[in-house]
Design a protein around this ligand. Structure first.
Ligand SMILES: CC(C)(COP(=O)(O)OP(=O)(O)OC[C@H]1O[C@@H](n2cnc3c(N)ncnc32)[C@H](O)[C@@H]1OP(=O)(O)O)[C@@H](O)C(=O)NCCC(=O)NCCS
Length: 157
């Protein structure tokens, strides 16, 4: 974590294309309606100025190394749940240093600041990471061909 700073990603930033390319490589196949270009432009629209939606990046100097977002919607089959912690990703060579945990805390702070008391995420395989950060299992379901857990975080406001 030495030298890492967490910043809000603005829609005009040159880093939008870089960070969108990571999340497209990781999750684009689960969303077959998108091309790399339409994915990037949808991602750009998530880069709000505060509250929901917001995107944060972990920076090492002037290079982005990780990201996490606060979004209104992340799961077609659970549209009644909102908002969501989404798009948590750290470049492979930067993992295991607490960068994702710090990004998740930043998204939680943003949620608290805009009055959110409960928010959600879903994950196929990172339950342990989120449980350590205070998230609780909410529901198990099959989503786009994967077994996933919806997790819930209750926030003090
Ligand atoms: C999941 C992911 C975001 C985790 O990122 P990360 O920055 O490595 O996460 P953290 O460092 O905060 O925590 C991960 C591990 O490092 C450990 N860790 C945390 N702080 C640490 C530190 N200061 N020093 C050493 N290890 C540390 C944690 O205990 C945790 O251990 P684990 O391997 O048993 O889970 C990353 O692996 C990734 O991008 N994966 C692909 C995308 C993905 O699956 N995203 C989640 C979708 S739900």
């Amino acid at each position: 974590m030495h030298g890492i700073t967490i910043v809000r990603l603005s829609p005009e930033s040159d880093h939008v294309a870089t960070v969108a390319s990571w999340t497209y490589a990781e999750w684009g196949h689960l969303n077959p309606g998108y091309t790399a270009d339409t994915w990037r432009e949808a991602f750009r629209r998530e880069c709000g100025e505060g509250g929901v939606p917001s995107v944060f990046v972990a920076m090492q100097g002037d290079q982005p190394v990780g990201t996490a977002a606060l979004l209104a919607e992340d799961m077609d089959s659970r549209r009644e749940l909102t908002p969501w912690l989404a798009s948590v990703f750290v470049l492979p060579e930067w993992r295991g240093q607490g960068i994702a945990s710090t990004l998740i805390r930043r998204v939680e702070e943003e949620a608290v600041a805009c009055g959110v008391r409960r928010f959600y995420l879903f994950t196929p395989d990172q339950q342990a990471l989120y449980r350590r950060l205070g998230w609780r299992d909410h529901e198990e379901l099959r989503y786009r061909g994967e077994d996933v857990t919806i997790m819930l975080r209750r926030l003090e406001t």
